[in-house]
Design a protein around this ligand. Structure first.
Ligand SMILES: NC(=O)C1=CN([C@@H]2O[C@H](COP(=O)(O)OP(=O)(O)OC[C@H]3O[C@@H](n4cnc5c(N)ncnc54)[C@H](OP(=O)(O)O)[C@@H]3O)[C@@H](O)[C@H]2O)[C@@H](O)CC1
Ligand SMILES: [K+]
Length: 498
């Protein structure tokens, strides 16, 4: 029989509030009620044990005080009846339970399960199931919960979270200190946006999805503002190139950067442009770097300038030929850099603003007409110094504020994930390795520019870029390249673009 859960995640994600507000109507539309949903949630969890945790003999279940605990108590009963050894610990008094959760506790009690109020002293567990908090969690964890979770996090047992690992705020992705670190999270009905990004993604471990028979109804009645780029969506979006196409039809990217002693970043970004399909790639760099950037990549058209003042017309002519401008990799912030940065506002097309161009933007009143900004969280913080109300641990908010303040498409980079604001995308197939190495960001800005130059819409360009980047990192990780170098991504880009 088909499993009641899947590793194929849906393409849309929601806030906890959207789930809370609409699950009853979605259930009704699907001919179910909320009590039945809880039974289905427990069934899906049990199914996971039946399929993938067959050998788990002794199972510890932690239960909280809301409906997440209801799922946990129902699962405990199912496992117990199936002959597994279950130890269940109520980390909050069962007297706090109400409604379906209370009824679930009563069923577990009636089935003969002894509900403990603290962790047993002597034990060895194969699996620890955490049903303490789900979408209802916000704020901090108490000291006692932190010590329970710390204990679990050190245990050799496999850790399974119900719906959302306790400590993650499902809408924002903010992770409370001392959170339960899941190996597997089985989430229900709809993806919650916070679980797909930043540190929260790591805390969730392997994310599985159980629709409970209402996911379709839910997605029909609730509009998502966050999409998650799946493999099939990517394949449908990727570029198709005609057999008889010519380099002039495939976009011309100009990259500006590479100050004295900083040739690497601009070289990585420009090579990424070539490898992701731009027909023509020009580089404007410091005179000292021309040979270094050109070496081994003869397709690049590399131009060196000593100062902008002495090369004003030359720079203007390069700008006039390009479809897309990338500014920032290795740019620096000295006078050479500032003059090029100021000049970039004359460019008549989309600007991909990265690295030091972001730092210069943070202290400039100039604004691009059309741009994609690709900050990591440090750069984002500098860009947002005037908006001091932004919670920097909420990556969605950071991206949304940047988009509003700078009127650009924003791709927030960082270990674990990429969030793209304008279309509110959350893209990460790659785990924490995605943006963890030097040079990754340069590759990303090159890919984005290249795809825009080839005529992709902004949405497609950015989603493809971050997807390729993430997938390439994932592949490299699978292939066992522990210290992933940005250059390692190159060999994957061409395959993906086919
Ligand atoms: N509804 C349905 O049909 C279905 C729901 N399902 C399941 O229900 C889950 C949602 O249930 P839920 O809404 O009861 O929230 P849940 O996360 O269990 O706990 C909330 C409790 O935690 C408390 N609390 C919060 N933060 C805290 C903190 N920092 N420190 C201490 N306490 C804190 C909070 O207290 P309060 O904020 O109210 O004071 C409240 O008492 C969902 O994730 C899924 O697993 C499935 O069965 C499918 C069908
Ligand atoms: K949980």
């Amino acid at each position: 029989m088909a499993a009641k859960y899947t590793a194929n995640l849906p393409q849309f994600a929601y806030t906890a509030q959207q789930v809370r507000d609409n699950e009853a109507s979605a259930a009704q539309l699907a001919g179910l009620n909320l009590s039945q949903l809880m039974v289905r949630a427990a069934d899906a969890l049990f199914d996971l044990f039946d399929h993938e945790l067959v050998n788990a003999e002794h199972i510890l279940i932690l239960a909280g005080k809301g409906n997440n605990a209801g799922d946990a108590y129902l699962l405990a009963e199912l496992l117990h009846r199936a002959g597994r050894k279950v130890t269940i610990v109520a980390v909050f008094s069962p007297s706090l339970l109400a409604g379906d959760a209370l009824r679930a506790y009563q069923r577990a009690d009636a089935a003969g399960l002894n509900v403990l109020s603290e962790l047993p002293k002597q034990h060895s567990f194969d699996v620890i199931v955490e049903g303490v908090f789900g979408i209802g969690f916000s704020g901090k964890l108490s000291g006692s919960l932190k010590s329970i979770f710390a204990y679990c996090n050190k245990d050799a047992a496999l850790r399974l979270s119900i719906d959302v690992p306790s400590g993650i705020e499902a809408s924002t992705g903010i992770v409370a200190d001392g959170a339960f670190l899941a190996d597997i999270t089985l989430t229900f009905i709809a993806l919650k946006q916070g679980m797909l990004t930043g540190s929260a993604k790591q805390v969730c471990g392997k994310l599985l999805f159980a629709p409970l028979g209402v996911a379709e109804a839910f997605s029909k009645i609730v509009n998502s503002t966050v999409s998650y780029v799946s493999h099939s969506a990517f394949m449908a979006m990727r570029l198709r190139r005609a057999h008889d196409c010519y380099k002039n039809q495939c976009g011309h990217v100009l990259l500006v950067g590479g100050n004295k002693g900083m040739a690497g970043a601009i070289r990585l970004a420009s090579e990424a442009c070539l490898r992701s399909g731009a027909g023509l790639v020009s580089v404007l760099t410091h005179t000292d770097n021309v040979a270094m950037v050109q070496q081994g990549r003869y397709e690049l058209m590399v131009h060196g300038i000593e100062t902008v003042e002495s090369s004003r017309e030359y720079v203007g002519a390069l700008f006039a030929k390009a479809d897309v401008l990338v500014i920032g990799p290795g740019l620096g912030q000295d006078n050479w850099a500032k003059a090029l940065f100021d000049k970039s506002f004359n460019f008549d097309g989309i600007v991909v603003c990265d690295a030091d161009a972001l730092n210069l933007s943070a202290v400039s009143s100039l604004r691009y007409k059309q741009a994609v900004m690709t900050p990591h969280m440090g750069e984002a913080r500098r860009l947002l110094t005037k908006s001091n109300t932004v919670d920097m641990s909420n990556r969605f908010d950071v991206a949304a504020h940047l988009q509003r303040d700078y009127d650009t498409t924003v791709v927030v980079k960082g270990p674990g994930s990429l969030v793209c604001q304008q279309t509110r995308m959350n893209i990460n197939r790659s785990g924490s390795s995605a943006m963890a190495s030097a040079g990754m960001g340069d590759v990303l800005s090159g890919i984005i520019a290249s795809l825009i130059a080839q005529g992709m819409e902004k949405f497609a360009a950015t989603s493809l870029a971050v997807y390729i980047h993430g997938l390439a990192a994932e592949r490299a990780a699978v292939e066992g390249e522990k210290g992933l170098l940005a250059g390692d991504l190159f060999k994957h880009i061409r395959d993906l673009l086919g």
